[in-house]
Design a protein around this ligand. Structure first.
Ligand SMILES: [Zn+2]
Length: 477
């Protein structure tokens, strides 16, 4: 296992994760921060987010509120007084040649996050969380380079950990937890790779630290770390010195490649941003945000355990996605057995969503439709096979923006929701295929397969193949 090798090689990983905050307007101007479908490039811009000389930023208070919320959730110490600085760099994605960020004093520091690895808890120290603006997007096309400033000035929250991860798996679990948390706080639109980008630094046995920049989503971070570990390990085995450098992650190729030798923070020449006031946070503001924090994963898990029992592994899987946890509770309130509801929610429903690369809340499927389907299953109107097929169709139709209601799906795809009488159907099929049945009686296995197939077709897949097989074998005995 690669994780064990990482531990043996004294791997240390630290993460800097940028989260896009879904505020209505941008961080320092009133331009919309909400991307529209098929919007044109440079359609949500103004002199401030274009960085014209002489323009002055004004701070979006909502971003500060979200910062306070995250600080509380990550058990950080909030700075009573923090400020913004200009991080100087020359690159086309920031035409004013500096990024407004927090450097000397961030909005909060010294927090922690708990991850669970193989039933053991591990604390990851959070060094700091700070606010900054997103630069513009650079689009390379053949020989041209385009700039889209729609993203410029969007608020980002950067969460910096200490190098406390020993394996890529730990890093993945930590990031998964953050994604879940964002969902619980209603700060996620489900598009993981757009919301979350990480820079990972990794070293082996206290060796040189290498930074891999700009990795989208959760899974890619795990992949990038595994790749970078093996690359460095190979170099060490060949006695090649590892350079302190910044590498980029090329997700299409699954490799990291050298971008530049690592610059040190001092190289950016931070200076105080004189156009923005200090950020002052008092107890009143903190308490106001505390009151707005809803029930989070751990509390939900505890409550579900108390009400419905269920084993811890199942509960962990249920609460990981807030939308599915809500679905589970809805089903239970409608008197679907908790064990049955959980097995469907984290079983076929989650599997189908993953397969279609989507999320339940994005599809806007009515929980009542799922309830009706499972109720018919409980009343033995559907086999588990048919029930799963109906859910698959609901997800597919919802994804393709077609009518996906339970009743419509049943009608459109001809699923029967009336009780089927398998014995009656077997009798009918055997009567219609007497010759084949006799062949089967002389020991031909293929004949049995044919008969089972006919019964399955007649029941539109609602019967269980093994049950049909057994019934035919024992027919007339
Ligand atoms: Zn603007």
């Amino acid at each position: 296992m690669i994780e064990e090798k990482m531990i043996l090689n004294g791997v240390k990983i630290g993460l800097e994760t940028h989260i896009s905050l879904p505020t209505k307007s941008k961080l320092f101007c009133s331009c919309s921060n909400i991307a529209k479908e098929n919007e044109g490039a440079n359609t949500r811009i103004c002199p401030v987010c274009l960085g014209h000389p002489g323009t002055k930023p004004s701070l979006n208070q909502k971003a500060i509120e979200l910062g306070i919320k995250l600080a509380i959730v990550f058990n950080c110490e909030l700075s009573k007084k923090s400020f913004f600085s200009r991080k100087t760099y020359f690159y086309p994605d920031l035409s004013k040649n500096f990024q407004i960020t927090q450097y000397e004093i961030p909005i909060c520091q010294n927090g922690n996050a708990t991850i669970k690895i193989d039933d053991k808890e591990k604390k990851i120290r959070i060094r700091r969380i700070h606010l900054e603006e997103d630069p513009a997007k650079i689009i390379y096309q053949k020989e041209s380079t385009f700039l889209d400033y729609n993203r410029s000035g969007s608020p980002l929250m950067e969460i910096v950990t200490e190098p406390d991860f020993s394996t890529s798996k730990e890093a993945r679990i930590y990031l998964q937890n953050i994604m879940s948390l964002l969902e619980y706080l209603d700060l996620s639109n489900g598009e993981e790779t757009n919301i979350m980008k990480s820079d990972a630094n990794i070293s082996l046995k206290n060796g040189t630290r290498v930074e891999v920049k700009n990795i989208g989503g959760v899974r890619e971070v795990e992949k990038a770390l595994k790749y970078e570990f093996l690359r460095q390990k190979n170099l060490i085995e060949k006695d090649v010195k590892i350079e302190r450098e910044t590498r980029g992650w090329v997700d299409k190729l699954g490799i990291s490649k050298s971008l530049r030798s690592k610059e040190f923070e001092e190289d950016y020449g931070y200076i105080f941003e004189p156009d923005l006031p200090y950020i002052c946070i008092d107890e009143k503001q903190i308490n106001a945000q505390k009151d707005k924090i809803p029930e989070l994963l751990e509390q939900k898990a505890k409550r579900i355990k108390k009400i419905y029992g269920l084993n811890e592994k199942t509960i962990e899987r249920i609460v990981r996605y807030k939308d599915l946890a809500d679905l589970f509770e809805y089903l239970c309130e409608k008197k679907i057995d908790a064990k049955l509801a959980s097995s469907w929610v984290v079983g076929p429903i989650l599997k189908t969503l993953n397969w279609n690369n989507t999320r339940f809340f994005l599809l806007k499927i009515d929980k009542e439709d799922i309830f009706m389907c499972l109720e018919d299953y409980t009343n033995k109107k559907h086999s588990d096979f048919v029930c799963e097929k109906i859910i698959q169709k609901m997800v597919e139709e919802a994804k393709n923006k077609r009518n996906f209601s339970y009743k419509h799906i049943i009608k459109k795809f001809g699923f029967s929701s009336s009780k089927i009488d398998v014995d009656e159907i077997i009798k009918k099929i055997l009567n219609e295929n007497k010759a084949v049945y006799e062949e089967y009686l002389t020991g031909k296995q293929k004949a049995l397969d044919f008969l089972v197939g006919q019964v399955m077709r007649e029941t539109k897949g609602a019967a269980k193949p093994q049950e049909v097989k057994d019934k035919i074998s024992n027919y007339n005995k």
